[in-house]
Design a protein around this ligand. Structure first.
Ligand code: BGC
Length: 332
């Protein structure tokens, strides 16, 4: 009798332990808002956020991810953030539509006690980069991105490193057109500035034939490049695009205009989208710059998980770019 009781007791304890263990299993709610789902680069980025969260799941920890499309509309995104707060998200990952709205959004999220990982669009503080008060002052808020000056510099260097340094017609200067991303975005500003600066730093004279806003968009990139080629014809020696989506559009415009990359024109992008890397390989693009969406998305998720676990995070996580020209691609 005593024995039976002891066994019964042990069994009850075991059951108790099990139910205790399963009560411990936790599902964290993660709210992610991306500035615009149609953006090629941010599509790779957000897919990898989801993939990577899945790989971190265990029997005890699950992540329930809600992905929202900001539709390039700050009012829409603010509503999404408010919904995240009402839904009691445990952490928020945010790719701002407008960095000028960073303060307002950070304040609401911090007031709700929810940790926040900002990604890809860096709000600049009074002292420029890495000095945003809303990030420095809130231990629960951090930023994950890349230094866009580096990507611009790499673009310019890839031109400077060519045998003719980009001066196809030998008139002593490099005549270029610039196709810019969203001008409010620091990535666009820096790439525009630093691509050209890398040329002038190398002692190369430059001439800007045209500088237009293509808003990161492929169709717009194609249209702007086609127009510039019509207006300036053979004078265009280099086409700088702030990202690959616009460079893919420009590549189409260049072919349609009967021009040939590597012979009578050069074309540069940023992101290293698969299609762009293929064009570099085929000699239809001079170069692109790897914007490491894997490294960035993993850093963002790792930071989110740390915040969920109550661990300390850095204020800023900055992931390196990599120069991708033909030599690089062929060596891969
Ligand atoms: C990427 C662009 C993208 C933008 C979105 C940039 O870092 O290079 O392709 O459109 O981020 O904010």
């Amino acid at each position: 009798m005593k024995k039976t009781l002891a066994i019964l007791l042990a069994a009850l304890m075991l059951i108790g332990m099990f139910s205790f263990a399963s009560a411990e299993a936790k599902t964290y709610k993660v709210g992610v808002s991306i500035y615009q789902f149609t953006d090629n680069f941010m599509t790779l980025y957000r897919n990898e956020i989801e993939n990577y969260f899945k790989t971190l799941e265990t029997d005890d920890v699950k992540y329930e991810i809600t992905m929202a499309d900001g539709k390039n509309d700050m009012a829409e995104q603010t509503n999404q953030v408010r919904n995240f707060i009402t839904q009691g998200m445990d952490v928020i990952i945010l790719n701002l539509v407008q960095t000028s709205s960073a303060d307002a959004v950070i304040d609401e999220i911090v007031a709700a006690g929810i940790p926040l990982v900002l990604i890809n669009r860096e709000p600049l503080g009074d002292n420029g980069d890495y000095s945003y008060a809303g990030i420095l002052d809130n231990p629960q808020v951090c930023y994950v991105g890349a230094d866009a000056r580096q990507s611009g510099t790499f673009q310019g260097e890839m031109v400077a490193e060519l045998d003719n340094h980009g001066d196809i017609n030998g008139d002593g200067k490099v005549s270029y057109i610039m196709i810019e991303g969203d001008p409010e975005n620091i990535d666009a500003q820096y790439r525009t500035e630093f691509s050209v600066k890398a040329l002038t730093d190398a002692g190369i004279e430059v001439e800007c034939l045209d500088d237009q806003v293509g808003n990161w968009d492929q169709t717009k990139g194609q249209e702007l490049c086609a127009n510039a080629l019509t207006s300036y014809g053979d004078a265009v020696e280099v086409v700088f695009c702030n990202n690959d989506a616009m460079a893919l559009g420009a590549a189409t415009a260049i072919t349609t205009a009967g021009r040939k990359v590597g012979e009578d024109i050069y074309l540069l992008g940023v992101d290293a989208l698969e299609e762009a890397v293929q064009l570099v390989k085929d000699g239809e693009m001079t170069g692109t710059v790897l914007n490491d969406h894997i490294g960035q998305s993993h850093a963002a998720v790792d930071a989110a998980v740390k915040l969920l676990n109550g661990e300390e995070v850095e204020n800023y996580y900055i992931i390196d770019y990599v120069k991708v020209n033909k030599a690089y691609v062929d060596a891969q």
